[in-house]
Ligand binder design. Structure first.
Ligand code: EPU
Length: 424
């Protein structure tokens, strides 16, 4: 198993170009199943999750031509598709559930085995299913009790769907299904993430009639057919936020290119509270951790436009070394503090109580053997390793490969002392 070795590094300096968004490209790839025409997706990041989605779409009968060196994926789902998603792919990537809606539209059926809980929470899908049922989809309850979503429909009809929580995945699956249902659908308390807007833009280019994406109510007038299109995926706001923290924690100065600052309002506001100087320039966002001393702040994760849960662990790395204590409250996932144990191995002395973490701050971290417990937690311990004395050895880095394109190369270009080693 490969590992990262990270040594204390000086201030990170230079510029970095952000890749296309993982969480935008995955639903867009699933949505390409809605047409028999070819869709060309540009700025698709070369990531393990994108690779798994390519294999999943192929296993369902689509022809997929990926050239991730050029960051393009072409998907052509002409002909018959199978409705059964194989467990060996689904268990590798929870986002496999995103094919649910498009498969029902195309084949009238979808069976997807659920992988169960993961390191950050239980990850149920009852909101996806509630929405689909409202559109006329039958769910086999016996199969569901065995952990298999077996969904079928003869006819899809628009409906009003209220989501008890603004789930990103549920909003995406319902949007894809309703796009080709008869009549009008309204999703109330919909997720408002930029990735939802990108999916709606992609679907609208294909011929869908979706309004209100990015607000809490999305209205969808169903259409009969969709056509192939070409699309550029939005930049990855979580990758951008991670590099912002890298500049802050190392007291460096990084120009972040290919970023939409509006997607990062909460993260930028919180970094400024810590003393980071952030300037919008014509070329990108200049993030300077070399101007002021870093001071503590409190954060509470929320659905967009609140502070993103995916930035909670990377931001916590900064709070471990900032001056003064901080409180972090996680409200989106019920178990997203696995990284706390890893930070504590490095001397952070964080205490948790339920969904609340208390970070004393002011710590001089020490390198240690730590684990990337999930994708973002993995990035977080890399950031901590950049300022820790000695060597930080990070295992289970396949999590990081799922979501950060060329992470080591990008960090090394900025001056980070990090290398990937294959364990003997
Ligand atoms: N939830 C339910 N019932 C449901 C659906 C969700 O209770 O039917 C709960 C979840 O258990 C969780 C919360 O709602 O506690 C948020 O889940 P959501 O459905 O919004 O998340 P997701 O669609 O599974 C996406 C991202 C995650 C990101 C979350 C929240 C993708 C592929 N994944 O997941 O990204 O954390 O939204 O913003 O888009 C990551 O990139 O590291 C990552 C985990």
């Amino acid at each position: 198993m490969a590992k990262f070795l990270v040594q204390k590094s000086g201030p990170l300096e230079g510029d970095v170009t952000i890749s296309g968004s993982k969480n935008a490209v995955l639903p867009i790839m699933a949505a390409a199943l809605l047409t028999e025409d070819k869709c060309v997706i540009n700025d698709a990041p070369a990531l393990r999750d994108v690779d798994v989605m390519c294999r999943l779409l192929e296993s369902l009968g689509a022809s997929v031509n990926k050239n991730l060196e050029c960051n393009t994926v072409e998907i052509e789902a002409c002909g018959e598709l199978t409705w059964e998603a194989p467990f060996d792919l689904v268990k590798m990537m929870r986002a496999s559930i995103l094919v649910l809606g498009a498969l029902i539209v195309r084949t009238g059926r979808a069976t997807i085995p659920l992988p169960g809980g993961c390191a950050i929470g239980k990850r149920p899908v009852e909101l996806h299913l509630k929405g689909l049922k409202a559109l006329g989809v039958r769910i086999d309850e016996d199969q569901l009790a065995r952990g298999i979503v077996d969904a079928s429909a003869d006819k899809l009809e628009g409906s009003i769907i209220y989501l008890d929580f603004p789930s990103v995945g549920a909003t995406e699956v319902i949007m894809m299904t309703a796009a080709m249902a008869e009549g009008t659908t309204a999703i109330e308390n919909a997720a408002q993430e930029p990735e939802i807007v990108d999916l709606a833009n992609f679907l609208n280019k294909m011929g869908a009639r979706i309004k209100g994406a990015g607000t809490d109510t999305i209205k969808i007038d169903g259409v009969d057919s969709m056509k192939g299109v070409s699309h550029h995926v939005i930049p990855d706001r979580i990758e951008a936020g991670t590099f912002m923290v890298a500049a802050a924690i190392t007291k460096g100065s990084i120009l972040i290119r290919n970023v939409v600052p509006d997607h990062l309002k909460a993260v930028i506001a919180k970094l400024r509270e810590c003393g980071v100087v952030i300037q919008m320039t014509d070329e990108g966002v200049l993030v300077r951790g070399d101007v002021n001393e870093m001071i503590s702040t409190d954060i509470k994760t929320l659905p967009y436009p609140g502070f993103p849960t995916d930035m909670q662990s990377p931001f916590m790395s900064l709070l471990t070394v900032a001056k003064g204590p901080s409180v972090v409250i996680e409200t989106v996932f019920e178990n997203r503090f696995m990284h706390v144990g890893e930070f504590n191995r490095m001397g952070a002395n964080i205490k948790t109580d339920g969904n609340c973490a208390i970070i004393p701050g002011d710590k001089e971290l020490q390198g240690a053997q730590v684990v990337a417990t999930d994708l973002r937690a993995g990035a977080a311990v890399v950031l901590a390793g950049l300022v820790a004395e000695g060597t930080t050895e990070i295992s289970q880095i396949y999590h990081i490969d799922r979501g950060y394109e060329n992470f080591v190369e990008k960090l090394r270009t900025l001056g980070a002392n990090i290398m990937r080693v294959d364990e003997l």
